[in-house]
Design a protein around this ligand. Structure first.
Ligand code: CA
Length: 468
């Protein structure tokens, strides 16, 4: 009897914010192939990461644990590849497993991928053009463009698999990570048009705690020559120069996404041609969000919406109604629990996430999570972003910038004074007005702190000394 367990095709790109996908009503681009997944499946509007940076988010997804548990708190704390992961569990139950593309969890015997029948990954961030791969421990440089090659490898692996057993393929794109290098095919896209700027493009960082103004990820000031790829024209006013830099940045970012979109289309076509579309769960997501000129920024790390939010679209015709969407909170830590649920594998007690299969069936269970805990550790290590933790509920967001690196590579600012932020997302969706000190929100603050401490205790993290 054929194995009826579903296949899993998990496609994840790097730094692709949902507001650059047309199925999320992007104002700046179209993504017809990604939209196929959303049109034929479900779009999650409140999917969030627990730490908005590459390496930690990837560890959360594999291990089903928060970073203070799996130890991958920063870019330099690589994964201990003996940890339990969902691909290992799938492999142990007869799934064929593969990991292709960006790994970014370390190289060498202690950190390289485990739990995969086949793996071919780019070391570190990887390169866009003629990238180096490490395939089952062997280095090989491949001619071509990373997004195409990662898809080629994925298709090659699918073609040689055993059709009698289910598969789990993790196809991880390097794109559209900085420095946003498009391929020749998409190099001239958007050449003749101006991409609109977001509403908060000229944010002055007033009415916030100090970290927003301290951050060094401003389009006007912090993009470098490698990012811009062309000399800045002379004679521009500061506003014109900022606008020119935004166009340079965002167009290359969107060109990289256009290639991802094309290549997702190739994978979807393959599933259809092979009669695999019905029994394959297809996911498209990104390791976290990104600022697309929002608040005048590029990059991520902050708990602010554009960075915290992950795109998550999923198609599985057997269980998910086409063209559906969901507003419940799901987290990257919930992904592995969901995949194991579909595979009929019991969730290990050590996994901290919860399967959202019932949400995919259109039902929100009683007591489903209405808040999430977030923590970014790398105090002043990159882009001068401060370490912080916080709580987001459906309406509010509380953030605490406690100002310590906790043994990570960041430099310590001795003069640091801890600061809080509270945003009422209903009244202030763009997070421009910190109401932490507003007496009208005193009760809200107290309730949110209690909830945050409850979650910290439940998840096994320790609060820092908290000063009001
Ligand atoms: Ca990333």
């Amino acid at each position: 009897m054929p194995d009826a367990r579903p296949n899993i095709l998990f496609i994840m790109s790097d730094d692709h914010a949902s507001h650059a996908m047309s199925c999320y009503n992007s104002r700046i681009n179209t993504t017809p192939n990604l939209d196929r997944i959303a049109d034929e499946g479900m779009r999650f509007d409140n999917c969030f990461c627990t730490n908005s940076i590459c390496t930690p988010s990837r560890a959360v997804i594999l291990c089903g644990t928060y970073n203070h548990i799996n130890g991958v708190t920063t870019l330099s704390t690589h994964i201990d590849n003996r940890l339990q992961t969902f691909p290992k569990l799938l492999q142990g139950e007869g799934y064929q497993t593969a990991m292709v593309g960006k790994w970014h969890l370390g190289t060498g015997p202690a950190h390289q991928p485990t739990g995969f029948d086949f793996w071919s990954v780019v070391p570190g961030q990887g390169e866009y053009h003629n990238p180096l791969f490490i395939e089952m421990g062997e280095e090989k440089r491949i001619e071509g463009y990373a997004t195409d090659i990662i898809t080629d490898y994925s298709l090659d692996w699918l073609r040689q698999r055993d059709p009698e057993r289910p598969f789990c393929l993790m196809c991880h794109h390097k794109a559209p990570h900085r420095p946003w290098e498009p391929d020749d095919k998409h190099a001239d896209m958007y050449e003749e048009i101006d991409i609109p700027v977001p509403e908060t493009f000229d944010d002055d960082y007033a009415n916030r705690a100090s970290p927003a103004a301290r951050a060094e990820m401003r389009i006007a000031r912090d993009l470098n020559a490698t990012d811009l790829k062309q000399p800045v024209p002379e004679g521009l006013t500061p506003a014109e120069e900022k606008h020119w830099k935004y166009q340079r940045y965002i167009k290359d970012y969107l060109r990289c996404i256009a290639s991802v979109d094309d290549n997702v289309g190739r994978l979807l076509d393959y599933l259809e041609e092979e009669g695999l579309a019905e029994n394959t769960i297809v996911i498209y997501t990104s390791d976290q969000g990104f600022f697309l000129g929002d608040h005048g920024w590029y990059d991520k790390r902050f708990m602010y919406e554009e960075s915290l939010r992950m795109p998550f679209i999923i198609r599985y015709p057997r269980e998910i109604a086409p063209g559906s969407s969901n507003q419940d909170i799901i987290l990257n830590v919930d992904f592995p629990a969901t995949f194991l649920d579909y595979a009929g594998i019991a969730l290990p007690e050590t996994f901290q996430g919860t399967s959202f299969r019932s949400l995919l069936n259109g039902e929100t269970p009683e007591g489903w999570q209405t808040s999430l805990y977030y923590r970014y550790w790398m105090h002043l290590a990159h882009h001068n972003v401060c370490a912080h933790y916080g709580l987001r509920t459906l309406r509010y967001k509380l953030i605490y910038y406690y100002g310590e690196a906790l043994g990570t590579a960041g430099s310590i600012d001795e003069s640091w004074e801890p600061e809080w932020e509270l945003f009422d997302l209903e009244a202030d969706p763009h997070e421009l007005n910190n109401v932490y000190a507003d007496p009208a929100y005193a009760e809200v603050v107290a309730t949110l702190k209690d909830e945050m401490h409850r979650l910290q205790a439940e998840l096994g993290d320790e609060p820092m000394p908290e000063i009001d």
